[in-house]
Ligand binder design. Structure first.
Ligand code: NDP
Length: 244
């Protein structure tokens, strides 16, 4: 079908990325799944997309590798023919108090969470410019707005992503390309399950809506932005009121 849209979602093998990929497929889009490896988890996301009657593409990629991002996007564009929406969702944590944080903990988190979004946006920009449209959605975090003890590296990467989002929005608004950020609060996924139970309990207690977020809560905001052509440079919290 000529007017079927295609979305590329990084970090779509699990958690929030999988929920985003599935929700966009439910909206009638074909979806390219990007994750570090072709794992059973990535295959499950592909199955979920197909069960919505949409096409699923897959590419293994380390988003922190600039050259690999270019190659990956070129390959997916060849396969899919078109990409309309880029969701920069891949992310990692290396939580430690600053005193214990090693240089590699800082560099790795910035490389995946912040540079990864730069790499993927750069890789798709010419395609978006050529067709005079594109929708970029960056998954930041409330921690990028408020900071968090034990997450100086992660908070810096997520705050950086907000600055990146607003700059891209300003730079390409006149070219039909929109760019927005979503800031999830505390969402139960593999990422938060690896935190100590007392830290998780503290986060749960900080949510005015008195429940942890679900990956589907974040996916609903992505679906909204995917249909919102006049919104750009926006930072949308999906946090149950955590950062009011
Ligand atoms: P998960 O740890 O559950 O999933 C992370 C995903 O990112 C996986 O698909 C993983 O792929 C992929 N990934 C990790 N490193 C790379 C890399 N170098 N290149 C490509 N893909 C990579 O995380 P969540 O679903 O919880 O988080 C998704 C996003 O939401 C992240 O950006 C996170 O920072 C953000 N966020 C999460 C919150 C939460 O409470 N969970 C709160 C606020 C923001 P693979 O399976 O191959 O490892």
């Amino acid at each position: 079908m000529a007017d079927t849209k295609t979305a590329l979602v990084t970090g779509a093998s699990r958690g929030i990325g999988r929920a985003i990929a599935t929700a966009l497929a439910r909206e009638g889009m074909d979806v390219a799944v990007v994750a570090t490896a072709d794992s059973p988890a990535a295959q499950k996301t592909m199955d979920l997309i197909r069960s919505e009657g949409r096409k699923a593409y897959f590419a293994p990629l380390d988003v922190s590798n600039f050259a690999a991002c270019g190659d990956c996007v070129a390959k997916l564009l060849e396969e899919a023919g078109n990409i309309d929406i880029l969701v920069n969702n891949a992310g990692i944590t290396r939580d430690k108090l600053l005193l214990q944080m090693r240089e590699a903990d800082f560099d790795d988190v910035i490389a995946v969470n912040l540079k990864g979004a730069f790499n993927m946006t750069k890789a798709l920009l010419r395609h978006f410019l050529k067709k005079k449209s594109g929708n970029i959605i960056n998954i930041s975090s409330v921690v990028g707005l408020m900071g968090n003890a034990g997450q100086a590296n992660y908070a810096a990467s997520k705050a950086g992503l907000i600055g990146f989002t607003k700059s891209v929005a300003r730079e390409y608004a006149a070219k039909g390309i929109v760019c927005n950020a979503i800031c999830p609060g505390y969402i139960e996924t593999d990422m938060t399950r690896q935190m100590p139970e007392d830290a998780r309990e503290k986060l749960r207690a900080a949510v005015p809506m008195q429940r942890p977020g679900l990956p589907e809560d974040v996916a609903a905001a992505v679906v909204f932005l995917s249909h919102a052509p006049y919104i750009t440079g926006e930072v949308l919290r999906v946090d149950g009121g955590m950062y009011i």
